[in-house]
Every structure is written in structure tokens, then in C-alpha cells.
Ligand binder design. Sequence first.
Ligand SMILES: *[C@@H]1O[C@H](CO)[C@@H](O)[C@H](O)[C@H]1NC(C)=O
Length: 230
Amino acid sequence: MYPGQPNYVMLQPQYGPPPPYYSPQPYHSDENRRSNCGNCCMRCICCVYCLLFILILIFATGIVLTYTFYKPKIPIYKLQDLSVTAFSMQPDLSMNAELEVTVTAENPNTKIGFIYGKDSSIVVSFEDSILCSGKVPSFHQGHENVTTIKIPLSGKTKFSPDLSKALTADQDQGRIPLLVQVIVPVTVVMETLPLRQFQLHVSCHMTVDNLRPDKKPQILSSTNSFGFGF
Ligand SMILES: *[C@@H]1O[C@H](CO)[C@@H](O)[C@H](O)[C@H]1NC(C)=O
């Protein structure tokens, strides 16, 4: 130190060009090439994402448009009637049952039809034992169509003594619980284009007051549940 010398050190000259920036790594040409490749990778990923996004957007728009155009509605099925043609228990406890159910199928759709396939089944059981069974007729239901279907059911089964006792007791009480299980293959038809087939499952728990051929049974209560299978 000597007099007149400022007691600080100037790191940068106050005037003149700023000092050049020194990169910590002197050889960065290789690094540059790598980051260029990274850029192109990023661009690629960006493109894929953009494409995916556009595809999803188109798909979603398609679904929304189809939905608003076709306005799909669930068809309505109603159990209209149940009649007993034959119902008898032989002394050897074999049951002979012939029933007929009348169902109306209502298709409220204006642009969607349904094809009810051949491999259907309808089974009526009492306490897990099958009373009778049949098939839903195969048919094509057009737009805004209401069709009444009569389904004949028949069956011959041998009941156990306990089961026949339970059935006789329920007949006497006027409350017979029955389970009706329906499986129908259904194809949805958009306009004229048939789509994929699915299985419609309907389970109906109902109570009837009697099962006698000479007396019309009254349905005291019934609850339905629906399901789909592929
Ligand atoms: C409903 O569809 C059934 C079966 O295809 C057909 O027999 C019937 O005539 C149609 N009913 C009406 C009102 O179009």
C-alpha cells in the first residue's frame, strides 16, 4: 500500500467491453451436438403428444356427436302377464309345469334398433330348483317399436319331499316366491349398422299368489335387476 492507492480492487474495468464469458467446460462442441439430439427427441415426444391429444379430442367429439345425434335410450321391458297352462305334482313328486309369460319390449330410440339373438334362455325357479324354462323368440326390433312377446315355458322336474312340502305350503298361504332369469344376446343396430353383440341378463324376483291352471295367478310383487355381459 502506498498513499493514493484506493483501498479496493476493481474486478472489472468500468469502461470498455464486458469481459468474455468463460464457460466452465472449454470443449462444449460435443455437448452441443448432444443437446441438439435431445431437442429433436423432445420435438418427437411433443409431436406424439400433440397427435395423441388431437386423436383423443376427435374421439371425444365423435362420442359426444354420436350421443347427441343418436340419443341412446335404454329399452323398457315389462312383464305384462303370467298364465298357467298346466301345473301338477304327481304322487312320485315329479312336477309338470307349463306357464306362459307375456312381456312387452319397448324401444324408445329413434335411430337405434335391437336384434334379439337366438341363443336366449328364460328359466323360472322355485327355491333354486328349476320349474320350467323356455326361449325368447329371436327378432329384430326397429326404431320406436313396441312388441308384445308371448313366451311359453315348460318343464318336468322331480322335487325333493322337502321342496314339494314347501311349495304346497306356499300355495296354501297364497305367496309363492319365484325367480325368473333371462339371458338374451342383443345386438345394437345404429341406423343400419350392427354393432357388437352383448348379453343382457335380467333377474326378476316375484311373488305370485297361486300356480294353478284353473285360476289366474296374480303377481303380488316383482323386482327386476339388469346386467350386461360380453
Ligand atoms: C315392431 O316390430 C315387430 C318385429 O319386428 C313387428 O312385427 C311389428 O310390426 C312392429 N310394430 C310396429 C308398430 O311397427
